[in-house]
Design a protein around this ligand. Structure first.
Ligand code: GLN
Length: 196
């Protein structure tokens, strides 16, 4: 059975496990670096990116996560997870994993509208998709290697670069499991490629 990990240091972990299970795969909470060997793909959940980074450093996950992102096994960052993947963060001198060719801006929709829902059309994945945003970042800039999957108000809120997937919204907080389903498909395809 396909096994997908959710980095379990901080943030919306259980909700992702539930969404993976709804897509018929096994979800595993990842708390130790060694567990990365046992999974076919990994989700970096939403939460708070500076806290998440502190815990990543504390548990020595930074290099292993960077290696994982380059291994050909898919990695998906939601919200704070997207911030972890980005090469650049607006207003900051350094990124975290720095593996995806995008620049993100944190809390980019402003404080007044910290949390909201919006209907998105996600290219090739879901129409009329009700997306939940919580103090969300968005992608300010993306290289040509990055495919834009969805925009909201002219801003990039979902994108893919090869085996890396990112969304500014939280697909795990609703009962619409189509976006997570897309990640599950990416993982299943990569399993076939890596096995051949
Ligand atoms: N604003 C948070 C950050 O910058 C991310 C919010 C979220 O993951 N829901 O880390």
């Amino acid at each position: 059975m396909t096994k997908i990990g959710v980095l379990g240091l901080q943030g919306a972990v259980r909700e992702h496990i539930r969404s993976l299970e709804a897509n018929g795969v096994e979800g595993i909470v990842i708390k130790r670096v060694e567990q990365l060997q046992d999974i076919d793909g990994l989700i970096l959940p939403g939460g708070e990116s500076t806290t998440m980074r502190r815990l990543i450093d504390k548990y020595e996950f930074l290099k292993p996560l960077q290696q994982y992102a380059k291994s050909g096994k898919p990695m998906y960052g939601t919200c704070a997870g997207l911030i972890m993947l980005a090469k650049h963060i607006e207003g900051s001198d350094f990124g975290h994993l720095q593996v995806m060719d995008v620049t993100v801006e944190r809390n980019a929709f402003g404080r007044q509208v910290a949390s909201f829902e919006a209907e998105l059309n996600i290219k090739g994945i879901a129409d009329k998709y009700e997306a939940v945003f919580i103090r969300a970042p968005y992608i300010v800039e993306a290289s040509d290697a990055v495919e834009v999957l969805a925009t909201y108000d002219g801003k990039i809120v979902a994108a893919q670069q090869g085996t890396l997937l990112a969304s500014a919204f939280h697909p795990e907080l609703t009962d619409d499991h189509r976006f997570t389903g897309h990640f599950v498909k990416m993982v299943e395809e990569s399993k076939k490629t890596l096995a051949s």
